[in-house]
Design a protein around this ligand. Structure first.
Ligand SMILES: NC(=O)c1ccc[n+]([C@@H]2O[C@H](COP(=O)([O-])OP(=O)(O)OC[C@H]3O[C@@H](n4cnc5c(N)ncnc54)[C@H](OP(=O)(O)O)[C@@H]3O)[C@@H](O)[C@H]2O)c1
Length: 333
């Protein structure tokens, strides 16, 4: 591969800035005469940025209006929890919906519910099980036909054997199912719908990852690792697609009160755990303001706190995470 002189200069400057920046920051922090001022500036920046991205930005009208990307939205895993709430909130903004989920009966109920709430929009359904083999993607593509899809929400996800040791997973199918549903679905749905979005130079892809993919989760390693894929895939895709008109957002929720966690944890006892409605409201408000976000205020605080703790004391943090899981599941006796 040949590089022009200007490209070589640009790359050299970029590398130099990347290497030098941490040293400059450390230098500023530890220069005694500057430390108080520097700390104050950093505090103002961090707190200001948190308030702007979490509460203020959307109120100032800085969020993206999803209606400008096309008339149809596809939501995977849309008959419950976060996916169903995305579907309802997109419908409220006037987007037509294709709901893709497992159970035909739940799809019909969700379609009827949304049509009653928003009579002016169209709702179509596709019943597929994302744990199945790749033939499901041919079916989905055929049923989507040439609909102009402006928004894709890759939400579907399963969380079997969470909070249990990896070795206790019984049956290879559990491993395959989790990988097919949580990883393959995201890559395949994106690959299916992206070319038309790029051709039209407009589209939004929202990938629902998880905080579990961004921090250490002993006792939830398979789920955490599948979500780690989503977080990374989505972040890098966002960068790759800049300038194409297609926006990618990675949403990394902490605990949200849905079926996925209600049955296995005692989350209802804790303060700051949002319902699916509260969570999706925060996530949609952050679109256009943050491309990688935990979106909800308590989740943002949790993840920042966790990242700092993991940096300073990784072993203690892992120990505390496991204790926390045991308390959540009532297995701490
Ligand atoms: N809840 C949380 O605390 C939390 C935290 C972080 C990330 N997340 C992520 O958020 C996403 C949504 O989670 P949720 O809590 O809203 O889950 P949920 O309440 O369990 O809902 C999951 C939805 O996906 C569908 N679904 C599940 N497995 C499927 C499969 N194999 N094929 C097709 N559809 C399937 C379900 O349909 P059926 O009802 O028909 O099965 C349901 O509509 C997931 O990706 C999850 O990993 C959740």
């Amino acid at each position: 591969m040949q590089f022009s002189i200007s490209e070589v200069i640009r790359m050299t400057l970029l590398s130099a800035v990347t290497v030098i920046t941490p040293f400059v920051i450390l230098g500023l922090l530890f220069l005694p005469s500057y430390s108080a001022v520097t700390w104050s500036l950093i505090a103002v920046w961090v707190i200001g940025q948190f308030f702007y991205s979490t509460f203020l930005g959307s109120r100032l009208g800085h969020s993206t209006d999803l209606r400008q990307y096309g008339p149809w939205a596809v939501v995977t895993g849309s008959t419950d929890g976060i996916g169903k709430e995305y579907a309802k909130q997109l419908a409220a903004r006037g987007l037509n919906l294709v709901l893709i989920s497992r159970s035909p009966a739940k799809l019909q109920t969700t379609k009827t519910e949304i049509e009653k709430l928003q009579p002016s929009i169209q709702v179509r359904t596709i019943a597929v099980d994302f744990t199945e083999d790749r033939s499901i993607y041919r079916r989905i593509a055929a049923e989507l036909g040439d609909l102009e899809i402006g928004v894709l929400i890759n939400n579907v996800g399963m969380c079997e054997n969470y909070l249990e040791p990896f070795i206790d997973i019984a049956g290879e199918h559990v491993i395959d199912n989790l990988i097919n549903c949580n990883i393959v679905s995201v890559a395949r749905m994106t690959h299916m719908l992206l070319p038309a979005m790029i051709q039209r130079r407009r589209g939004v892809i929202i990938n629902v990852g998880s905080t579990a993919g961004a921090i250490s989760t002993p006792l939830g390693i398979l789920y955490g690792a599948t979500k780690g894929f989503v977080n990374k895939f989505s972040q890098d895709l966002e960068y790759e697609l800049r300038g194409t008109g297609v926006m990618v957002q990675t949403v990394i929720p902490g605990y949200v009160l849905t079926n996925m966690v209600k049955s296995t944890t005692r989350l209802g006892l804790f303060f700051g755990v949002p319902t699916a409605e509260e969570y999706v409201d925060a996530a949609i408000s952050s679109l256009g303001i943050e491309s990688y976000t935990a979106a909800y205020w308590s989740h943002k605080l949790q993840i920042r706190c966790h990242v700092v703790c993991e940096f300073l004391a990784p072993e203690i943090t892992k120990f505390v995470v496991i204790r926390g899981f045991k308390i959540l599941t009532g297995k701490n006796k």
